[in-house]
Design a protein around this ligand. Structure first.
Ligand SMILES: *Cc1c(COP(=O)(O)O)cnc(C)c1O
Length: 365
């Protein structure tokens, strides 16, 4: 073993992120030709054709640095969301904004409060800065906001509400969130991760942007173009907060953090409301189909407000995962979230859902 310089103490405890397996990798390693990926909650319909066309038209400009301020994307987002451009920060995916939040607020020894299970990137970002995550178990797969408020200490800097929650698909409603925010001290920033908000159908889902419009200082809302907008490969997400928070986040932002093609495609995708509507419809139909199939298989699932379902297959999910891979279906195992008998499956197209169910039936038979 080569002797190398010592890395920072704080990062030694970090376990590398386990991403959904790429389609190419399954083709390469298992020699399976037809592979569908229901593992990373991407849009099964793909990107808006308008976004693809915009990309193609912009491709001869890639020798230029992008606009570091993302002017046109901010302009389009501000109009759509009813906020000002000074309320917006754009990231190389929402993941980058999570990292910026940690770099801006977390000193070594500081704490963040998160649900358990939830999206693992919150803890990761805090750990990189020497912070640590206080994990509050969900109740009935939902955020336990009372327990999360009680977990706040003088060391707490950020509290994460993943809404809908990944991997459970559950939401926190308006009244519960209002009540929670009243309990959070002004020294703490509440991060509302709404990566899946476009899929939500429940009426009590919070109108979180109203907090920012009203000038509320203690919240930031995060959204992404990776899910319903179908641009996961380009990496673009955004945050919405009062200008003072945006100003502080901009201190740590790389000057050209969002690439030129991502900016152009995001503007076009945002305008294609028909594609978003279609995507929502396909998701609703797929949800009902999968619910009924799970019921007929006698499997319990967590009702979802997102584009994935957390389902209890009542046996070692890693084994079933590998068996599904052999049949060309990539899903996510629950063990990474602490639920060994669960799978998280992205709702796909009708055909993809049927392929998945056929494979699952064969394996469970
Ligand atoms: C997918 C996802 C994101 C978005 O990630 P990007 O970096 O924008 O691709 C953020 N939060 C949650 C909970 C997610 O599942």
């Amino acid at each position: 073993m080569a002797t190398v310089p010592k890395c920072r103490e704080a990062i030694l405890s970090i376990k590398p992120y386990v991403p959904g397996k790429p389609i190419e990798e399954v083709r390469r390693e298992l020699g399976v030709k037809d592979v569908i990926k229901l593992a990373s909650n991407e849009n099964p319909l793909g990107p808006s054709p308008d976004a693809v066309q915009a990309l193609q038209e912009a491709s001869d400009r890639i020798f230029l640095y992008p606009d570091g301020n993302c002017y046109y994307l901010k302009e389009a987002l501000a109009a759509k969301l009813g906020v000002k451009q000074e309320n917006l920060i754009i990231g190389n995916g929402t993941d980058e904004i999570l990292k910026m939040l940690a770099e801006t607020y977390i000193n070594p020894g500081d704490e963040i409060v998160v649900a358990d299970p939830t999206f693992s990137e919150y803890e990761f970002a805090a750990q990189v800065m020497g912070g640590r995550a206080i994990k509050v178990p969900t109740r009935n797969f939902r955020h336990d906001l009372a327990a999360m408020a009680a977990a706040i200490t003088p060391r707490t800097r950020l509290v994460f509400v993943c809404n809908p929650n990944n991997p459970t698909g559950t939401i926190v409603g308006q009244a519960a969130l209002d009540g929670f925010l009243k309990q959070v001290p002004p020294s703490v920033l509440v991060v509302l991760d709404e990566a899946y908000s476009d899929y939500v159908t429940a009426e009590h889902y919070p109108d979180s942007l109203a907090y920012v419009r009203a000038g509320r200082a203690g919240v930031i809302i995060l959204r992404t173009f990776s899910k319903i907008y179908g641009l996961a490969g380009l990496r673009v997400g955004y945050g919405v907060a009062v200008p003072e928070i945006i100003r502080d986040l901009n201190r740590v932002r790389e000057p050209f953090n969002v690439n030129l093609l991502a900016q152009v495609a995001a503007v076009a995708a945002l305008k294609d409301e028909a594609h978003v509507g279609k995507s929502r419809e396909v998701n609703s139909e797929g949800k009902e189909y999968l619910y009924s199939q799970f019921e007929s298989l006698g499997l319990k699932y967590v009702p979802t407000e997102a584009n994935f379902i957390f389902v209890d297959i009542q046996r070692d999910s890693r084994e079933v995962f590998h068996q599904l891979l052999q049949k060309g279906v990539i899903v996510r195992t629950g063990d990474i979230f602490g639920y060994d008998t669960f799978l998280r499956v992205t709702i796909g197209t009708r055909r993809q859902n049927e392929t998945f169910i056929r494979a699952l039936r064969e394996i469970l038979a």
